[in-house]
Ligand binder design. Structure first.
Ligand SMILES: Nc1ncnc2c1ncn2[C@@H]1O[C@H](COP(=O)(O)OP(=O)(O)OP(=O)(O)O)[C@@H](O)[C@H]1O
Ligand SMILES: [Mg+2]
Length: 508
């Protein structure tokens, strides 16, 4: 259950009023009982004194008290006059009732010791007294004779219930008044709460809801004119709303500026991007052209290699077959001529001998030339024999120690691969002879995992990395070109003063 602030404050006020009324009623009743008892006592002594004065007047007529007649009626008049009085009597000092408003009680003797001691005393006494189940406020006033001697006592009594009844009626009156004022107070409180608290609070709550639903910019300000805490709260709220609206406006302006900047930047970026795309397209075009050029270059190189190889073979063949045959024929002709020359023609014979020597030397040169161009052994006996021959030649020419290991069947190598491997080895050995200062060379040719591998290792000064990657190292470039045309791989490496290694793998 949700209670409104107004109900809560009202309940708190009612509780406070109840506590206040309870406390004041309790205090009032205690105070009233005491005050009323005192007033009753004073009144009782005044009433008693009236009876005692009447008795004294008779005693002044020198009538002894025991001879007095009809004083019961005086007692009876007194009780009739004071309706709340329960009894009025005159008793002698022994407790014997001399006169009573109820004559039937006359001559009865009182036996209550407290009562008797009060009767015998010469002072006014007030005390409570019980008789026949009823309780009384009993008042005793002494009566003195003509010579001032204490002869009797006047006794009057009020019912005890008189005080409590008076108290009750007083309490109920005060509670009624309190409840009436509470009712009026509650109504006034509710009105005041509505005017000063709940209505302004409701306005504030509505304003906050408006902010939540419509947003701070379109929500109206709160109209509360009071200067109390709620008024201050409303004024702070309004101030806050104004500041929020200003902040929103600033943010909006800033966002607009930012958007404009973003649009400008986006346009710039778009232009840059388009330029970049154009550049990339241009670069791709250039790269494509470069790739095509490389491809053309490679094809050209392959074509050139093949053409050179063919040309070399053809020249070698021509030199060998044609020039070689002619020189041989010339050689036979000179020996024929020598046989027919007369023995005394010494200068002619010497001339023919020197001619035949030149022809022999030319035949050797022709042979070497044709072998250098393309050794016949490569075409006739295959790569393995050509390698053995080339290594032997190298050893004889340079005096370098050579270890050769060839473990390949000629039949698995076609002419293209055989020629490539032969030329690669030729270049490697030529480089060793020219640059390495090596004393030992290892040559290994083997077939492994579907590829043929050639490895040439020397123990010379070692090739440097810069020389390996130098674009002017045309010999090494030729090796790479040949291998690349056959989809193979080359690894060239060197360690200073330890040697150089060239390893070539060509798929079969
Ligand atoms: N086995 C080797 N040991 C040490 N240095 C070497 C070796 N092989 C090549 N080099 C170095 O690498 C360089 C490049 O070799 P490359 O074969 O490409 O050119 P080149 O032999 O100088 O000339 P060519 O074009 O006639 O072959 C050589 O100049 C040499 O300095
Ligand atoms: Mg070289």
């Amino acid at each position: 259950m949700t209670l409104s602030v107004r109900v809560k404050i009202t309940l708190i006020c009612i509780a406070i009023v109840f506590i206040a009324v309870g406390a004041s009623t309790t205090f009032d009743s205690v105070f009233f009982v005491r005050q009323y008892s005192r007033a009753l006592q004073a009144r009782a002594f005044v009433i008693g004194k009236v009876l005692e004065s009447q008795l004294n007047r008779l005693l002044h007529l020198k009538i002894p008290i025991n001879n007095l007649v009809g004083f019961d009626e005086q007692c009876c008049d007194l009780v009739a006059k004071h309706r709340d009085l329960s009894y009025a009597m005159v008793v002698d000092l022994n407790g014997k009732i001399l006169f009573h408003n109820d004559p039937s009680r006359r001559n009865k003797v009182l036996s209550d010791p407290n009562l008797l001691s009060a009767i015998k005393g010469s002072e006014n006494v007030s005390q409570t007294y019980s008789s026949d189940g009823a309780q009384f406020h009993d008042f005793v006033i002494p009566v003195f004779g003509l010579h001032g001697e204490h002869i009797a006592a006047v006794r009057i009594g009020f019912p005890s219930a008189l005080v409590s009844e008076k108290t009750k009626s007083m309490v109920s009156l005060s509670i009624s008044l309190a409840l009436l004022s509470l009712g009026i107070g509650v109504v006034l409180l509710v009105l005041a709460l509505r005017m000063w608290v709940t209505n302004p609070l409701s306005k504030l709550v509505t304003a906050i809801q408006d902010v939540r639903e419509k947003g701070a910019d379109s929500a109206p300000l709160v109209q509360i004119n009071s200067k109390d805490e709620i008024g201050q709260l409303a004024s702070h709220f309004n101030q806050m709303m104004v500041e929020i609206k200003e902040s929103h406006q600033k943010i909006k302006n800033y966002t607009e500026q930012l958007e404009t900047k973003i649009q400008e930047r986006t346009a710039d970026l778009k232009a840059t991007n388009e330029q970049l795309i154009r550049d990339i397209a241009k670069r791709e075009q250039v790269e494509r052209e470069l790739r095509n050029s490389r491809e053309q270059l490679r094809n050209l190189s392959a074509y050139l290699q093949a053409a050179i190889e063919q040309e070399k073979a053809s020249i070698a063949r021509e030199i060998h077959d044609d020039l070689g045959q002619n020189l041989t024929a010339l050689m036979l002709d000179t020996s024929w001529l020598k046989k027919r020359l007369p023995e005394n023609e010494v200068p002619l014979i010497e001339k023919v001998n020197s001619m035949s020597k030149v022809i022999k030397a030319s035949i050797q040169t022709v042979k070497k030339l044709s072998t250098d161009l393309r050794p016949k052994i490569l075409d006739d006996l295959g790569l393995t024999a050509a390698i053995e021959w080339m290594v032997e030649e190298f050893r004889n020419r340079t005096g370098t120690k050579c270890k050769t290991s060839v473990d390949v069947e000629n039949s698995i190598l076609d002419q293209e691969r055989s020629t490539a491997l032969f030329r690669i080895l030729q270049e490697a050995l030529t480089n060793i002879a020219r640059h390495a200062d090596a004393t030992e060379v290892k040559i290994e040719l083997r077939e492994d995992h579907g590829q043929v591998s050639l490895e040439v290792v020397d123990n010379g000064k070692g090739i440097r990395e810069s020389q390996v990657s130098d674009p002017k190292s045309f010999g090494l470039m030729g090796i790479r070109e040949r291998v690349s045309m056959l989809n193979g791989e080359v690894r060239i490496s060197g360690t200073e003063n330890k040697g150089t290694s060239i390893k070539v793998d060509i798929p079969l």
